[in-house]
Design a protein around this ligand. Sequence first.
Ligand code: ADP
Ligand code: MG
Length: 513
Amino acid sequence: MATYPEYPPDQSDEEQKYLLTSLKDWSIAHGLAVRPTTTYVSAEIDPSGALATTAPVTLFPSLFPRVCFEQAKSVAQDYNELYSAIASDEEWLKQTVEELVDIDDFIAQLWKVHLAVKQQGYVQPLNLGLFRSDYMVHTDPANAQSRPCVKQVEFNTIASSFGGLSTQVSALHKYLFTVGAYPEAPLSVISDAALPESTSVPGLAMGMAKAHEAYGPSKDGLATCVLFLVQDPERNVFDQRHVEYVLNKNYGVKTFRLPFGKVLNDTKLDADRKLVYSPPHAPSKQFEVTLVYFRAGYSPAEYQNQRDWDGRLQIERSAAIKCPSILTQLAGTKKVQQVLATPHSPHLKRFLPDEARAAELLKTFAPIYPMDKSEAGEEARKLAQDPETAVRYVLKPQREGGGNNVYRKAIPRFLKDTPETHWPAHILMEMIEPPAQSNVIFRNGELQKGGVICELGIYGACLWRDEDGKGKREILENFEAGYLLRTKGCGSEEGGVAAGFGSVDSACLIDVD
Ligand code: ADP
Ligand code: MG
């Protein structure tokens, strides 16, 4: 493939100043914002937590091949179908999870919650997935003529974030273009048609509204509500608020934010296991919860004591629809992704029997290997221990939220320091190497200019009814729900915006050969 055109255009100091002022004002006016880190604004300066700042954002929309963008969007519904099928197939999931329970305490605890609910019987067959499939552009280094395609980094089934801010950042870049804040260099590739709108806010809100509607009114005559289960403190609160406000405004749904550690304080189960919520500011009121939307509960550090696990169990036992249920959360483990993507894996067709559609998904898989004692695992162990080959790989444990992976040359040392019995808790994945490009990131009041790497996320919403716990299900809603582009400096291996590595961005689509 040809390299990307020279981009972004050069700017004079005055041009950059104008662009930055326009960006900062627009961002705050439209809630493209986060709470500041305490290193940026100390607790002494802002003791009551009243301040917010522009979210880390790129000045320019980054280049992204149009064919790759379209490819990622075209498989969104198939990915929804695939992961709803996996989450509904308890027996298959059990085999995969059982390989982890002895070596990964967090996964073991999650599985225990599932078993406890199963014993009593699940009372809610409806499930909502608000997924995000993350990709990078890949070009075959061995074939200069090959067209770029997307390869999947990971598939998120819990707390898929930045849908709220993504819609704002695509609108920001479009605004900056329309007011002429971008210099008109001769090579400028920015145009109205090149800037796709991100529909993640309306898309995610619609997914939640459909679940809320499918639950129906309370049979006991209570008012109903959707609960956003959140971390406390949460810096990325505005990202969540954007979705909440649309849910409220466009669908009339009442919403509350419940800190993860407060589940047992503020909710209870009635005799039919309906989840009843009493807000701490109005304890005499009772709401029947139709949907619990998890923006927390994906990381072991959030489960500080038994009470937190009991809270999780209470939600899982309840009749509220969960986004996601514990089985859907487990379907999103990297182990499941590896089992599907290990070369010659037979598993994909179990969940997606349509060969043509399965073939399109397969094209998005990068090679991933187990670290166990299977044939593929032994091969992976060799690749990971040899410093010469390890540089082409990333080693990942079963964790979400950024900052957990081991990259390239650090892998052999990490394995030396890790008991061999623990190796199978990881997967080994080939690094995707996207084409080089540059941009300017504005983060914590500072500009960082240089080479960047982009990661495209495509949101998907899927509402389904489990019929037998063995994979049979009825899909009620299945749609693509907008996109996210995150961009990091190419010196950083990690990409998480909230984890402190990346920025939110939007796509400037280009036609490549
Ligand atoms: P997490 O669940 O922590 O988000 P990811 O699998 O998304 O874990 O990995 C974190 C980051 O590491 C990604 O955002 C991406 O920047 C980088 N990364 C992960 N896998 C790959 C890969 N195969 N090739 C290139 N970069 C990767
Ligand atoms: Mg990720």
